[in-house]
Design a protein around this ligand. Structure first.
Ligand code: HT7
Ligand code: ZN
Length: 863
């Protein structure tokens, strides 16, 4: 497959002022007639033909200006139609088979419902079309279909007309007044029921809101849409208040589908969602699931401006809409849930997913320069690092100036297909920033490292910072980037600091002086995680203990705790520590841990965060070449030691938080977080006692957070309660797809020594199906993210994932390709396992008819 380069962008030679689509719907066969009004694009080079993208399509008929024509040919999958005039009407008929569409791209069937997924290049699987984001058109869509199968017919925009054909079929016509690219087209037809509400916009527009679910499930699923609806209303209000963005249609529809490749899709006026991000009630969804629904509802809604009103010129600009929208949804969730914990959670995701991506063979800048398959670039780098990059702009100019910048961006580019460069320029002009050097964040891959050196002489502390941006596959030489770091210097005597400061490191090395310190101060750096970098500093454990207990920046406090543990575990599992050094390291951690457990000023939500040990993937990332077993053993050893040392305190803590009644408020959520954390340590320290407490928690639970937390702990233990509760859980929630997903994921991600055997058995379970991406992810992604099982020394874990990729690739290549990256980390794993990982990648590469998606990821991973 060819490589497509960003530098080769050229505008499309034709404009498409209007597009009319007619669908004769059927699950097996659907007929599509698309009528395109086209005219020459004065801004592009003239062409004697129009090239219309297709993917697996055959043209049943091609007409130009009302006349059937044969003056066209296929160029691979695309249709090239010769044209002589400056403006034409083209009409093309195609026939597609939704029920045979296992890729879930284009028009497909899910439980008898028809729905679409067109981003990034799915529209070309429906009809021949210039399927690129810079071709905007106004769509009118008419759907006809059997009333019994499809009582509800939805598309983008507002419903214009509907009628009954008197023969058991009916029709509806929808018109979207806002010009849009084809990737934002959507259609849904099915037997659906809706939860409805309304929202009055700031200028007084009445908007009808509806969240649709399958009618067959209305007993349960419809009742689980309340949280999503409340989240939608909050998002609409928040975007008006915080970003000045108002909704622009009379309806906003959301449809939940069980078969979906990603989280959700922001189609104009008709969002399509994975059920996972719509359905939530206390009995079946954890606090994390509630947050996921709120965050994704907000994210898709915010796309209405950052993505739909202003879209992308080409797919290299994906971070223009995704990075910005992730930042917007993060800021929203911070406002809804509290800034401190949300920031910690976002950083945890960044460091456990994006940092490994940035240091591995799939590293790419947030604005990539080339790709073979765009679906492979919906990555944590484009999304999460993209958000961090825009967040840094906000940190440097402050929220008010940032708002001026975004206002200017929205005003200047409304209705356009824009670029990252357009966004940066609007930020410069509107927010008053000079982003000349900052642009490097868009073009350079790799996580910068900042080495910190703090010296002290007289009454002056000197902070010296050195940055290195690591070489990546395509970019051997890197330039220094501006790195905004929020810092505070704690006076050792008073235990206070005299204010937070923002410094921006712009060169390879820079020194900053701070006066008025009789003793060397304690440095708190990268507060709030102001820059997505790795800080390397030589800091005494006692200073980290101080910061873990006293820092007034919640992120920095969390970070000190993490640093303490990371430093200890990497030393212990790297070169090895003798018993005395291990003991000293553990005691420092215990001291900080005790402060966290006993601090009455701390809310439980934050306490829960501070109690969490760094994950194995993040720990492995700290070492140039990691031995997963050794890190796992050290981490489990520390957990067991802390669990035993604080056993009684943890039991008392568990009892205290167990008395807090269930609701969705912060206090109650914090109590549940601490409850599970206490159990995690107890399980390591005293498995019998923990098993009893966990089983009691499981049976007494009146909510999924407590029940899942208890079951998670039990699943990792070898006690009798494990089997009993797993059977009970499956029986209790039989038929609820999302909860059954949890049942699979808990076992695949468990600490149980036989997790790999459990996964193999689960793949044969009657509830397992390779056709449903949620189910595949719940079993295999959970397993690939379970380092102690995935990295089994004999390579069995690698084989399992490679087998899955080979089986899934012909069915759903997009989902299959996402499983390549765990194998791609081989360069950072000890040589014995690395050879086994590489061998599996070679085995995949040798397979015939590999998809473009998987081929690209495998070849990049082998590099
Ligand atoms: N913009 C949406 C991306 C998306 C997607 C991409 C490739 C294949 C399937 C997909 N489903 C949704 C989601 C978002 O970021 O909001
Ligand atoms: Zn998005």
């Amino acid at each position: 497959p060819p490589v497509i380069h960003r530098k080769d962008y050229a505008p499309f030679p034709w404009l498409l002022p209007a597009t009319h689509l007619e669908f004769a719907l059927g699950v097996e066969h659907t007929r599509v007639v698309s009528t395109l009004q086209i005219e020459r694009n004065p801004a592009a080079a003239a062409s004697a033909h129009i090239l219309l993208n297709g993917d697996g399509l055959t043209a049943v008929s091609v007409r130009v200006d009302g006349q059937e024509t044969s003056d066209w040919e296929m160029e691979g999958d695309n249709l090239r139609l010769n044209l002589s005039g400056d403006a034409h009407e083209i009409s093309i008929t195609t026939e597609i088979e939704p029920s045979a569409n296992t890729q879930l791209m284009g028009l497909y069937a899910s439980n008898g419902m028809l729905c679409t997924q067109c981003e990034a290049e799915g529209f070309r699987r429906i009809t021949f079309f210039p399927d690129r984001p810079d071709v905007l058109s106004t769509y009118t869509v008419k759907m006809t279909g059997p009333k019994a199968d499809f009582p509800v017919l939805l598309s983008n925009g507002n419903k214009a007309a509907e009628g009954d054909n008197g023969d058991g079929t009916h029709w509806a016509e929808w018109h979207d007044p806002w010009p849009k690219p084809s990737y934002l087209f959507a259609l849904v037809a099915g037997d659906l029921v809706a939860n409805t509400d309304s929202f009055t916009t700031v200028s007084g527009r009445e908007v009808d809101l509806a969240i649709y679910v399958r009618a067959q499930n209305d007993g349960g699923d419809l009742d689980r849409t309340g949280h999503a609806m409340r989240s939608l209303v909050k998002s609409m209000k928040w975007d008006e208040e915080v970003f000045g963005r108002e909704y622009d249609l009379d309806v906003f529809n959301i449809v939940a589908v069980s078969d979906f490749n990603m989280g959700a899709m922001e189609n104009k006026g008709l969002n399509v969602f994975n059920t996972k991000y719509v359905l939530a009630d206390p009995e079946t969804a954890t606090d994390g699931d509630f947050d996921g629904v709120e965050g994704v509802i907000a994210h898709e809604y915010f796309h209405n401006w950052s993505g739909n009103r202003i879209t992308c010129q080409d797919w290299f600009q994906l971070s223009l809409k995704e990075g910005f929208t992730v930042l917007r949804d993060q800021l929203f969730s911070q406002d809804m849930q509290g800034e401190a914990v949300k920031r910690i959670e976002d950083v945890r995701i960044l460091r456990s997913v994006q940092f490994p991506e940035d240091s591995g063979p799939l590293a790419h800048p947030i604005r990539p320069d080339s790709f073979r398959e765009i679906s492979n670039f919906y990555t944590a780098t484009v999304y999460n690092k993209g958000a961090e990059v825009i967040r840094m702009m906000r940190t440097m100019c402050g929220p008010e100036a940032f708002r001026k910048g975004t206002d200017l961006y929205f005003d200047r580019h409304d209705g356009e297909a824009a670029t990252c460069e357009d966004f940066i320029t609007a930020m410069e002009d509107g927010a008053g920033l000079d982003l000349t050097q900052f642009r490097l964040w868009y073009s350079q891959a790799g996580t910068p490292k900042v080495a910190v050196d703090l010296t002290h002489a007289g009454d002056t502390a000197t902070l010296t910072l050195r940055q290195t941006v690591p070489a990546t596959a395509d970019q051997p030489g890197k330039k220094p980037m501006p790195i905004p770091l929020k810092i505070a210097m704690f006076d050792r005597v008073s235990g206070q600091h005299s204010g937070e400061q923002l410094i921006v490191l712009k060169t390879d090395e820079q020194s900053f002086n701070f006066e008025g310190f009789a003793e060397k101060p304690i440095l708190s750096i990268n507060r709030g995680f102001s820059a997505p970098v790795t800080i390397e500093r030589d800091i005494a454990d006692e200073d980290l203990v101080f910061l873990a207990a006293r820092d007034d920046d919640p992120f920095a406090r969390y970070e000190a705790m993490q640093d303490l543990v990371v430093g200890h575990l990497t030393a212990a599992s790297g070169n090895g520590l003798d018993d005395s050094a291990r003991g000293t390291g553990r005691l420092a951690i215990a001291q900080a841990f005790e402060a966290v457990l006993s601090d009455d000023m701390l809310d439980d939500s934050m306490r829960g965060e501070l109690m969490m040990l760094p994950g194995l993937t993040f720990l492995m990332e700290q070492q140039l070449v990691a031995d997963p077993s050794r890190i796992h053993e050290e981490r489990e050893g520390l957990k067991a030691w802390l669990g035993a040392r604080f056993e009684d305190t943890l039991v008392t803590l568990h009892q205290r938080v167990s008395a807090v009644p269930y609701d969705q408020e912060a206090t109650s959520r914090g109590a549940r977080k601490v409850k599970t954390q206490a159990l995690v340590y107890l399980a390591a320290g005293n498995s019998e006692r923990a098993s009893q407490i966990a089983a009691a928690q499981y049976h007494a639970a009146d909510n999924m957070t407590d029940r899942q937390g208890a079951l998670m702990v039990l699943t990792g233990l070898g006690t009798a309660a494990r089997t009993d509760t797993l059977i009970d859980f499956h029986r209790r929630y039989a038929g609820n797809e999302l909860v059954v997903d949890k049942w699979f994921a808990l076992q695949a991600s468990s600490l149980h020594p036989n997790a790999i055997e459990h996964v193999k058995a689960l793949a044969q379970h009657k509830d397992f199906t390779i056709r449903n991406p949620n189910r595949v992810r719940s079993l295999y992604m959970a397993f690939a993210g379970n380092p102690h099982a995935f990295h089994a020394v004999d390579g069995e874990g690698y084989r399992l994932i490679a087998d899955l990729i080979l089986e899934l690739d012909p069915i759903n290549p997009q989902t299959a390709a996402r499983f390549v990256s765990p194998l791609g980390r081989w360069r950072r794993i000890e040589p014995g396992r690395a050879d086994l990982m590489r061998a599996e990648l070679e085995r995949i590469k040798a397979a015939e008819n590999l998809s473009r998606d998987t081929f690209e990821q495998v070849t990049r991973s082998l590099g």
